[in-house]
Design a protein around this ligand. Structure first.
Ligand code: SAH
Length: 485
């Protein structure tokens, strides 16, 4: 890959529409030059990222500078990805860049992408060809309508107009003058394949008015032809249950990817802003001591997946492994149990209700008199388990294995959020930290709070926040189900 330029199509917006090859190249790139049409989720962590803009009227880098950068980085022996919205060779200046690279003697490869027209076809429900309606498609740019012979291409049964928002008045007129029926169905799609996709169905003659009334701004693409009338039957994308809803997920760093994926597939616009940072405990001595006396314990109770991770990290670091554990194991719920499974451990007891009271209930029939119980958990936590277990004669050692902090970087990210429909809270700490980071503004502006369960709901209420929904099952799946319902 070194010393080469890859012109990579990013697809039309949905980050999952990039090709496998494109994603692979991004993962190994040293430098990525991107513009505003490429989904930010696609940008890799490990590379130098260079924004080269590309919005009319806004500051952007001249094409000659972009090409100079591509050449400079390739000559310096780097793997350079030039990431372009849609496909590099469809109105993407990929041709010009390829020419310049050839002239400079720089090696390059091209990876195709899903161009806007194809994204619209699939996600707005406009098949570009159809046996009954059309057998030809033309892609045309509306950038400079005087350069196009509309009397010639205007008769293409399906006409896809890129960059035509500001010129649609002229285009519509010229097409009708060239003999196209004014009542020909037409559709305008803005930000296709993204959670903010907007679709307007109209006719050729009405197009200019629709674009004007909706005050549409790029990126939008227009499809003219009989196939535009099929849209009503095929618009699965905008019909998904959470389409148009913005969900802000507050969570710990590095968690919640699965939930986010589910929400996205239900159509939601997911803003994933960590409000909890996991840090080592202030005092590591109690943990070291507990690890040294592991054989004395009858039970080890894990009340979060984080506790599992941090406990086992410390266990390994101390030179031991799972064989050092003689105790039986309890887990607060399926997520925590899964974290144990991943380490080859089958917990003897899993609470049905993933809350502290659930753990107590799971031990209702167990004699705890004289039992030695280790509770590795966050430095600050609820006291329900130790209090109830001690009442019943157990000796409980609470050992901090991690401490939670507030990730300050999230403050700016939260401040930049314009609008949210739902905010998910999966623990009392997410509530407190969200508020500490300035999140109240969003709730006051109408965002609804979704709580994972009773304890989190109590914390919300204690802070004067109305609980719009409480999950019946106290997991992220339960939170998602509540929003969905
Ligand atoms: N290379 C790109 C096109 C770049 S030109 C491609 O293959 O799609 C920019 C134009 O592309 C926009 O003005 C708009 O007409 C279209 N476009 C790009 N992304 C779009 C999107 N998500 N929804 C609608 N149109 C889009």
């Amino acid at each position: 890959m070194k010393g080469r330029v890859y012109l990579v199509g990013a697809g039309p917006g949905d980050p999952e529409l990039i090709t496998v090859k494109g994603r692979e190249l991004l993962a190994h790139a040293d430098v990525v030059l991107y513009d505003n049409l490429a989904a930010p989720e696609l940008l890799p962590n490990g590379a130098e990222l260079i924004y080269v803009g590309k919005k009319k009227s806004e500051h952007s880098m001249p094409q000659s500078d972009i090409i100079a950068l591509l050449i400079e980085h390739a000559r310096a022996g780097r793997a350079v990805v030039r990431l372009k919205g849609g496909d590099p060779y469809i109105f993407g200046r990929g041709g010009e860049e390829a020419e310049s690279l050839t002239a400079a003697g720089v090696e390059f490869e091209v990876v195709p992408g899903v161009t806007a027209a194809l994204g619209i076809a699939a996600y707005a429900g406009v098949p570009l060809t159809h046996r009954d309606h059309t057998s030809s498609v033309t892609f045309v740019t509306g950038h400079d309508p005087d350069k196009i012979d509309w009397s010639r291409i205007g008769h293409s049964e399906t006409l896809v107009v890129y960059m035509g928002l500001t010129t649609i008045g002229v285009i519509s007129e010229k097409l009708i003058a060239a003999g196209r029926d004014p009542s020909t169905p037409a559709v305008v799609v803005r930000r296709a394949t993204t959670p903010s996709q907007q679709t307007f169905v109209t006719s050729l003659s009405e197009l200019p008015r629709v674009v004007r009334d909706a005050q549409l701004r790029p990126p939008a693409t227009i499809v003219i032809g009989q196939v535009a009338a099929l849209r009503g039957q095929f618009d699965w994308f905008e019909k998904r249950p959470l389409f148009g809803q913005t969900v802000l997920v507050t969570r710990a760093e590095g968690q919640g990817d699965e939930g986010n994926r589910q929400l996205r597939h239900l159509g939601a616009n997911v803003l994933d802003i960590p409000v909890i940072e996991i840090q080592p405990p202030e005092d590591g001595a109690p943990l070291t001591e507990a690890l040294n006396s592991l054989p004395v314990y009858d039970w080890i109770l894990f009340t979060s997946a984080n506790a599992v991770t941090k406990f086992f990290d410390a266990l390994f670091q101390s030179g031991r492994d799972a064989r050092a554990i003689r105790a039986k194991i309890g887990a607060i719920g399926a997520k925590t149990a899964a974290a144990l499974h991943a380490r080859g451990i089958q917990p003897e007891r899993v609470a049905e209700q993933a809350i502290a009271e659930g753990v107590v209930a799971a031990f209702a029939k167990e004699s705890l008199v004289g039992a030695r119980v280790l509770l590795p958990r966050a430095a600050v936590g609820r006291d329900v388990i130790p209090v109830e277990f001690r009442k019943r004669g157990a000796r409980v050692d609470i050992v901090p294995v991690y401490r939670t902090g507030v990730p300050q970087e999230s403050m700016d990210r939260l401040a930049a959020v314009p609008h949210v429909d739902w905010v998910t809270f999966t623990s009392s700490s997410t509530v407190k930290n969200f508020l500490a980071l300035g999140g109240r503004r969003l709730l006051e502006a109408g965002a609804k709070a979704v709580s994972i369960g009773p304890a989190t709901s109590e914390t919300l209420k204690a802070h004067g926040i109305e609980v719009a929904l409480e999950a019946a099952e106290h997991t992220m799946d339960g939170v998602i189900a509540a929003i969905r319902s």
